[in-house]
Design a protein around this ligand. Structure first.
Ligand SMILES: Cc1cc2nc3c(=O)[nH]c(=O)nc-3n(C[C@H](O)[C@H](O)[C@H](O)COP(=O)(O)OP(=O)(O)OC[C@H]3O[C@@H](n4cnc5c(N)ncnc54)[C@H](O)[C@@H]3O)c2cc1C
Length: 494
């Protein structure tokens, strides 16, 4: 008889795991505390507008192709490659910088600021490309069974990359570029990992290689949620069952073996194997009261930024803007080093603006635009009171109006603001951390919470806070790694 798997959560990690396992004959049931599937990869619909709730793009698109192949299905959505990838606005600068994959076009953007830009960028991409290809299969796409196993794998990474483990992204960029703007722009990837370029190891400059050369940035025809709809339809066709508004709050064992979980209403959910898509560190602490994951110890881990998100429907078209737009200032180092610890005011924030209606007209009624603003803010450890969320949001809207010369306030038809408090509640994100655990060297590879439980061997984890890390492609890789673990545990592969 096929083994039954209960998956707790329906984020991208969970859906991808369900597809891989269902292909191999496992019988799957999924529960989620949220009212619809997708986790953070979700859709907000209101007042005739739509917004991607959180992820608005992804890189390493080929990981989705790998998933389709492994799951034995056709891709139920189509990629839209972004060109330019994004636009960057600095305060007080009339010019906006457009980031292209084409290095000649990119050089034209920076020729006045950075003499010899193309040559410098080629050298930078050559180095970061080597880091990527030298670590991808050895470190990123691998399960580790012990510290020795991990260290042995690390020893296969060429020594020339070792300095990149101990220096930071900002200093690495300084070796290649002299202009402030160029260094700031190409260190923004540090924020995608949820940290700052001053805290992120230099090896992660490999992300610039994935964005500019190896792959690019993508959106999806019809919007990001088409990914979730496509995967869920396929799973339903395979007989997978879904239950929403079900929050797992307890568990039970028999002779020290994990037998099942219990939801908020006291219902029991029994299975042979369990996959948890909730935060892999926080879940161990909250559910099992594990010594290593007490609140005090969790608080001492390095968590990624919390989001303050604003979803606006406005009357009028904002034709001068792109799919992705960053609005930055000139106190970059001071802001980046202080914002996460709430030691700098949020009255002059940095933020990201996404206009989904650029690629997907049905996200806004005719003559209107939908706008999504993401402002990285301190998590609930450093700022627990968000009564001022609306006020901060209004300040951002005023700032944006001035910078794009369009009175947004008087054009607003729909407005929703989500603070870290709501983000924590919606998806059980630890203290509102948007991307989960950060990627310091002591929080990656073997040191990241494992995808197989330490106490219950029939319990597995998938998603942003287990291996390999956060972001949509990483979470898809995470589903591959956990599937391998389960198949090994069941003796299907050796
Ligand atoms: C504002 C924001 C913007 C982002 N932008 C991007 C982007 O542009 N590109 C990109 O690649 N990544 C982006 N990310 C990161 C990306 O969203 C995540 O890395 C990814 O979606 C995580 O997927 P997951 O499967 O790990 O978990 P999740 O999406 O968090 O899913 C976990 C699910 O588990 C459920 N759950 C938790 N606890 C329980 C419980 N006890 N019982 C039942 N259900 C439970 C939750 O409700 C949730 O649905 C962004 C994240 C945020 C917050």
């Amino acid at each position: 008889m096929s083994k039954k798997v209960l998956i707790i959560g329906t984020g991208l990690g969970a859906l991808s795991t369900a597809l891989r396992l269902s292909r191999r004959g496992y019988q799957i049931e999924m529960v989620d505390k949220y009212h619809k599937p997708g986790g953070r990869l979700n859709l907000l619909e209101k007042d005739g507008f739509k917004w991607d709730l959180a992820p608005t793009f992804f890189s390493m698109s080929y990981e989705f192709d790998e998933l389709m192949k492994d799951a034995g299905m056709k891709k139920p959505f189509s990629f839209i490659e972004l060109d330019p990838l994004y636009a960057v606005h600095f305060e007080g600068d009339q010019k906006k910088y457009l980031i292209y994959k084409n290095l000649d076009k990119l050089e034209a953007e920076f020729e006045k600021l950075e003499p010899g830009f193309k040559r410098r960028m080629e050298k930078f991409l050559d180095k970061t490309g080597k880091i990527f290809h030298d670590t991808e299969n050895i470190i990123i796409k691998k399960n580790f069974n012990s510290l020795v196993h991990y260290l042995l794998s690390m020893s296969k990474v060429p020594w020339k990359h070792a300095p990149g483990m101990v220096t930071n992204m900002w200093d690495e960029l300084g070796k290649h570029f002299s202009s402030f703007e160029v260094k700031v722009i190409f260190s923004l990837v540090g924020f995608f990992l949820g940290s700052t370029p001053f805290d992120t190891p230099a090896v992660f400059t490999l992300l610039t290689y994935t964005e500019l050369k190896h792959d690019g940035y993508y959106n999806v025809e019809g919007g990001m949620y088409k990914i979730v709809e496509g995967l869920v339809n396929e799973l339903k066709a395979r007989g997978v069952t879904f239950h929403f508004n079900v929050e797992i709050t307890d568990y039970y064992t028999e002779h020290a073996v994990l037998k099942g979980f219990i939801d908020q209403h006291g219902n029991k959910w029994e299975a042979d194997r369990f996959v948890v898509n909730a935060d892999a560190a926080a879940f161990r602490g909250k559910m099992f009261s594990r010594e290593k994951y007490t609140e005090e110890k969790l608080d001492n881990l390095h968590w990624t930024m919390a989001p303050l998100t604003i979803y606006l429907g406005v009357k009028g078209k904002l034709d001068s803007l792109y799919h992705h737009n960053y609005f930055l200032r000139r106190n970059f180092k001071e802001y980046a080093s202080r914002i996460f610890k709430n030691s700098i005011g949020l009255d002059k924030p940095y933020y990201y603006l996404n206009i989904p209606s650029v690629h997907n007209a049905d996200y806004a009624p005719e003559g209107h635009e939908s706008l999504f603003i993401l402002c990285p803010v301190p998590d609930l450890r450093y700022k627990s009171n968000w009564d001022d969320a609306e006020q901060i949001a209004d300040g951002i809207i005023t700032d944006l109006s001035q910078r794009i010369d369009f009175d947004i306030h008087s054009s607003i038809v729909s407005k929703t603001v989500l603070s870290p408090i709501q983000w924590e509640k919606m998806f059980n994100l630890y203290k509102g951390s948007g991307l989960g655990l950060a990627h310091d060297l002591n929080q990656v590879g073997y040191f990241r919470p494992s995808n197989q439980d330490e106490v219950f061997p029939n319990l597995f984890y998938v998603g942003a806070s287990t291996t390999p890390g956060t972001g949509l492609p990483m979470v898809v890789i995470s589903s591959k790694l956990v599937t391998e673990r389960i198949l090994k545990y069941d003796g299907v592969i050796s």
